[in-house]
Write a protein that binds this ligand. Sequence first.
Ligand code: NI
Length: 169
Amino acid sequence: MALLPILEFPDPRLRTQAAAVDPADLATPAFQTLIDDMFQTMYEAPGIGLAASQVDVHKRFMVIDVTEDRSRPLVFVNPVITARDGEQIYQEGCLSVPGIYADVTRSDTITVEALDRHGQPFTLQADGVLAVCIQHEMDHLLGKLFVDYLSPLKREMVRKKLLKAKRAA
Ligand code: NI
């Protein structure tokens, strides 16, 4: 397994719309290795979710594990939210926007349909941080970042701060 480089805001590649995964591709060793590498990259970071877009792979899939003991790895391929209810506010962060945290309002409970890493369809009802994480990662697949929910002024401050940090590094 290998650690993958994570794209960081304001990298324009993070704005790419991901294309649907051909389920036949899931059977290839390359795809399975990529999923393992994404989990390793996410755990190492550490983070609770990683969308393919963040590692410059513009296909609709993502990996998530919101448990503290890293015991529930989930893979969502071609995810679709089929129901949503309520609202919650959660202070989000993102491996592509390091060191920045901000409150974002999202649906409280969601139902998501997707394929697992072996192409098997599943339906999951999620709430709490898992629901937040699924919505956050699905945004990445649309080229959207959590800082897009902030005011333009705040987003510009985040952009400058990250560019400055990168120059200093
Ligand atoms: Ni993110």
